[in-house]
Design a protein around this ligand. Structure first.
Ligand code: UT7
Length: 321
């Protein structure tokens, strides 16, 4: 029996400060009505001065470890999906290691924008399957409030801050549970549709997020649709086998489109975009954490995760809880 990765721990962290659409409408030419109907978003959490990708990621990781009944001493690797690290280096994952008191194992970040969690999950799974790690913390942690242009109504209303974490644990025992497959893609030729204009290597640029919303929307609908087909076909499964869709939370219209394609009733689609907005790499683990803890997702359920983000990057992960 080949080694498989079980999802054994879930955790999330959201900053205290909640910003409503009305609060944004008080200082920008926008409205609660526009934001709600175009995106499904009603509010978002915004980081306070003390919140960083490291502090939020560590908070989510502690909760995931507690859920799994493990301690940091049991962890062999920390992999973080983030586009908003505290520093160019050390990686956020290494800083989180330090917060958890870990001097063992290895830790690094993955830059795949909103697909960061799926890419991190796939990477962690590879280490587990190859026997290089047994327990891996997979984290998505983002402070997009620090890279959006707060004067650009076309982008700043879409994002929020937060972190989510999952503990993956390898098993050699027979069974159906675990991460069944992951599928990753990127298309570098579409990089200019969604990007951050500069970073520490290009301080001459603004450092702000830029997006061609309509084009990204079109890509998201087409690529996420083919992504879910690819995931199910690889496992010989059909739409009716899926218990839950846990999608990246960018826009309710994209989420509902994929849900409809799968023939899933809305109550089988985990939605947080209404309350969290788009938290990029944190959105899937935050949604997973919420739905596992409130009892919606149960042991044995087949969960389909998918995401698309800057790069363009996109992909899916299929797991039996
Ligand atoms: O997580 C990474 C992946 N990201 C995504 O998947 C996001 C994909 N894109 C989208 O979700 C949507 O394209 C948006 C929500 C970003 C925009 O929705 P849209 O229905 O595509 O609107 P639009 O960009 O075509 O803009 C429609 C109008 C424009 O006005 P005109 O040119 O028609 O006069 C915009 O200037 O809405 C205007 N607009 C706004 N109005 C009020 C843009 N932003 C706002 C705003 N408030 N915040």
């Amino acid at each position: 029996m080949a080694r498989r990765s079980l999802l054994v721990g879930f955790g999330g962290f959201l900053p205290d400060r909640v910003v409503t659409n009305d609060e944004l409408a008080a200082r920008l030419e926008t409205s609660d009505e526009w934001i709600k109907t175009r995106t499904g978003i009603t509010r978002r959490h915004i980081a306070g001065p003390q919140d960083t990708a490291t502090s939020m990621g560590a908070a989510a990781a502690r909760k995931a470890l507690e859920y799994a009944g493990l301690t940091a001493a049991d962890i062999d690797a920390v992999i973080v999906g983030t586009s908003t690290p505290d520093q160019a280096f050390p990686a956020t994952a290494v800083r989180i290691q330090a917060e958890l008191g870990m001097a063992q194992g290895f830790a690094f970040d993955i830059a795949a924008a909103c697909s960061g969690f799926i890419f991190a999950l796939a990477t962690a799974d590879s280490f587990i399957r190859s026997g290089q790690a047994r327990n891996v913390l997979v984290i998505g942690s983002e402070v997009y409030s620090r890279i959006v242009d707060w004067s650009d109504r076309g982008t700043c209303v879409l994002f929020g801050d937060g972190a989510g974490a999952v503990v993956l644990s390898g098993t050699d025992e027979a069974g159906k549970a675990g991460l069944l497959s992951t599928h990753l893609h990127s298309d570098g030729t579409a990089g200019d549709l969604l990007y951050v204009d500069g970073a520490v290597g290009r301080r001459d640029m603004s450092g702000h997020l830029k997006m061609s919303g309509r084009d990204v929307f079109r890509h998201a609908v087409a690529k996420l649709s083919s992504s879910v087909d690819e995931a199910l076909e690889a496992e010989g499964l059909s739409y009716s086998d899926v218990s839950w869709l846990v999608p990246h939370q960018a826009n309710i219209r994209i989420i509902e489109g994929v849900g409809k394609k799968l023939g899933l009733p809305p109550e089988r689609v985990v939605v947080t975009v209404d309350r969290h907005a788009n938290t990029s790499a944190a959105s899937i683990p935050l949604a997973l954490d919420e739905a596992v803890r409130d009892g919606r997702i149960k042991k044995g359920d087949l969960v389909l995760m998918e995401a698309l983000g800057g790069g363009l990057t996109w992909g899916s992960a299929l797991a039996r809880l």
